[in-house]
Design a protein around this ligand. Structure first.
Ligand code: GDG
Length: 487
């Protein structure tokens, strides 16, 4: 095995094989040199639009790719977000969108079932037991095939496909069979679990073989890459070491590419006068003299919101005089509401919110402000600016972009980050106060430390944290994943 050969240069000299376009494909699909493949398109349908009306969904990936492409058009294969509805490929905001049609039944098996009730909990340390239902496997395979076919239809000979996340782990191999000349990069946004957990999967070999169809396989952390390499050698047809795996006659590169954020976007929102004014207003409303703690998460059982709030209650129980001096703001963004475990954790969280405010609130004053809603980015950043302490305590998280966003928006180097050891972000943001998110007393003690820490230390920690993002934002990440800078 040689290290010098670029893993993104296909070893195959075979021509495009037995692939025939769908009969309902539009006459002239435009072939593209780079195709992003993800569960969701980067757009969503505007409500109440009688005709087609799309809006770009905010996200670092889109802006990162636009800069990587140097003005070339970006093509994206994904689901539109509407079950049972077919859409022809369409252009929106400089992106050529190729929608994949999914039925309600597909979504139940592939998305809610296999992806979100097996892979999601298993890959997050099995914080909820995965349900190995056999009937979810077939739709997962079928939908992955549909994504691979839609990609083959639009990808140029020798073009690059960049496939994202746990929903689409079979697509790399399927696409390679359809388009042998394709250069394929796969990135997993969530953690890749250790052997003893992954080995439980009844479909472990198929998933590993599926991912091994890629030329470059990217993980958020070194540990994820190591776990994958070990498992691929044990349960699939690959051999090798040092991040290079031999699969058939190809070499696949396995590495860690920690995702980051669009730094300039967050910095410019943080510098907007209306956002800064809104941050001051929020502080006034919550209590200008109070230390404000903030949590921002999708409402997901992996994010540790329930234990975090219990730790805040413990802080107040230990010292009730703090009720006048601290406030906690928790923004919980609605997510996967139809999945039972999500409804259950929401109930637990909201009971804790009631308990804390019922015990420690007084007329016109509560210590905990809870918002179950999604916010526009300006409002989100205003909360980041208003908060003295950002609390990010997932039980397990691939990276956690909220932590990186908070740091980036603190233009004056104030603000303290409390960060779970079990996030990918903790590997880089080691000047945060690192915590064990399961340890209620330990968390409460760290909250106390955050109240007592000197401004000079806060400043020094935040300066170091901001430097991390300055050195590595989402643009570098995209370059690395696509092999433009490393190989
Ligand atoms: C997965 C992995 C990995 C949140 N609330 C609002 C809002 N957000 C935005 C944040 C941030 C994003 O959502 C959340 O990203 P995270 O990384 O924190 O978490 P996941 O959603 O679980 O993401 C994770 C990530 O993929 C990327 O690879 O880091 O580990 O689980 O960007 O800003 N945005 C707006 N309003 C909100 O209320 N506008």
């Amino acid at each position: 095995m040689t290290k010098s050969r670029s893993p993104l240069s296909s070893t195959s000299t075979k021509r495009r094989v037995q692939w025939h376009p769908r009969s309902d494909a539009p006459e002239a699909v435009e072939r593209q040199s780079l195709v992003v493949v993800a569960n969701r398109l980067p757009v969503h349908r505007l409500p109440d639009s009688s005709k087609i009306g799309w809006s770009t969904s905010p996200g670092g990936l889109v802006s990162a790719l636009k800069s990587v492409l140097n003005g070339k058009e970006l093509c994206w294969v994904g689901w539109s977000g509407e079950a049972e509805r077919s859409h022809q490929p369409f252009r929106h905001d400089g992106i050529y969108n190729c929608p994949v049609t999914l039925t309600q039944e597909d979504l139940e098996g592939y998305y809610s079932g296999f992806a979100n009730r097996i892979l999601w909990p298993l890959f997050h340390d099995a914080v909820r037991p995965p349900e190995y239902r056999r009937r979810w496997w077939k739709p997962y395979v079928e939908v992955n095939r549909r994504f691979a076919e839609a990609t083959a239809e639009v990808l140029q000979e020798n073009g690059t496909a960049w496939i994202h996340d746990y929903h689409l782990m079979l697509v790399p191999q399927m696409l390679r069979e359809l388009v042998p000349s394709a250069k394929i990069s796969f990135f997993l946004h969530i953690p890749f679990p250790p052997e003893e957990l992954f080995a439980q999967l009844p479909w472990r070999r198929e998933l590993l073989q599926g991912v091994l169809g890629a030329d470059v396989i990217g993980f958020q952390t070194q540990l994820g890459a190591q776990n994958f390499t070990r498992l691929a050698q044990r349960y699939a047809d690959s051999r090798g070491s040092d991040g290079l795996l031999k699969v058939d006659d190809r070499v696949t590169k396995v590495d860690c590419f920690p995702i980051s954020i669009d730094r300039s976007r967050f910095e410019s929102v943080a510098a907007m006068p209306n956002v800064q004014k809104r941050a001051r207003e929020l502080r006034e409303k919550i209590g200008a003299h109070k230390k404000i703690f903030l949590g921002v998460d999708r409402l997901d059982y992996t994010k540790g919101i329930d234990v975090r709030l219990t730790a805040f209650r413990t802080l107040l129980e230990n010292d009730p005089s703090l009720c006048d001096k601290v406030a906690f703001v928790q923004i919980a963004v609605p997510s996967r509401e139809k999945v039972q475990e999500y409804a259950e954790v929401r109930t637990t969280i909201e009971q804790e919110v009631g308990r804390i405010n019922g015990t420690f609130g007084s007329p016109g004053q509560v210590p905990l402000h809870y918002h179950y809603q999604s916010l526009p980015i300006e409002e989100l950043v205003a909360f980041y600016l208003a908060a003295d302490v950002m609390v990010v305590t997932p039980f397990r998280d691939g990276m956690n972009l909220v932590a990186k966003e908070y740091v980036t928006t603190r233009l004056d180097n104030t603000g303290l980050l409390i960060l779970s050891e079990f996030t990918g972000a903790a590997k880089e943001l080691n000047q945060a106060l690192l915590v064990n998110p399961h340890d209620i007393d330990g968390l409460a003690a760290t909250f106390r430390t955050a109240l007592e820490i000197s401004p000079a230390e806060v400043q020094s920690r935040m300066t170091a944290l901001r430097q991390v993002i300055q050195n590595h934002d989402v643009h570098q990440w995209a370059d690395e994943c696509l092999g433009l800078t490393r190989i």
